[in-house]
Design a protein around this ligand. Structure first.
Ligand code: CO
Length: 171
């Protein structure tokens, strides 16, 4: 197992669509272990493979009753609506109000290749929808008004530039 670096916005990879996983081989199992380790270390409640730079449809979520691992997750049913403030490990310091379904039914495969169906509500439902969005290149900042998004993204780009500058001066 190894800790992976989390990709930070505006890295263009975050906008890519992740690929369907065919065979669940050793590489996918190692990826899942690294994702779980990275999520725990960053105190996140969920992580998609794309967030560590891997374009595969794999997510891990840790909200209640331990770790949920889903390969090729699909949202089958949505119910209700709920609004809550949300953050993302790829968007440090950003918190936005996001409207999502209150309940979802999600289907996927676990690390053994067995089909798993999760009927989720509350925070678990929210985390699952957030991670599935990542697999389609969608971020929480896409869920706010255009003006608000422009303000946030310009701030994030400026911060990224400053970080790059710091790295250069610390040769
Ligand atoms: Co996120």
């Amino acid at each position: 197992m190894s800790l992976r670096e989390i990709v930070i916005y505006p890295d263009p990879i975050l906008r890519k669509k992740s690929e369907h996983v065919g065979k669940i081989d050793k590489g996918i199992k190692e990826l899942i272990e690294d994702m779980a380790e990275t999520m725990y270390a960053s105190r996140g409640i969920g992580l998609a493979a794309i967030q560590i730079g891997v374009l595969k449809r794999v997510i891990v979520v840790n909200v209640v009753e331990g770790l949920n691992i889903l390969i090729n997750p699909e949202i089958l049913e949505n119910e209700g609506e709920a609004q809550m403030e949300e953050g993302c490990l790829c968007l440090p310091e950003v918190m936005v109000e996001v409207k999502r379904s209150e309940k979802v039914k999600v289907k996927g495969l676990n690390e053994k290749g067995e089909e798993v169906v999760i009927n989720a509500e509350g925070l678990l439902a929210r985390a699952l929808q957030h991670e599935v969005d990542h697999l389609n290149g969608i971020l929480v900042i896409d869920k706010v008004s255009r003006i608000k998004r422009e303000l946030m993204t310009s701030k994030l780009r400026k911060e990224a530039k400053e970080r790059a500058g710091e790295k250069k001066s610390k040769v």
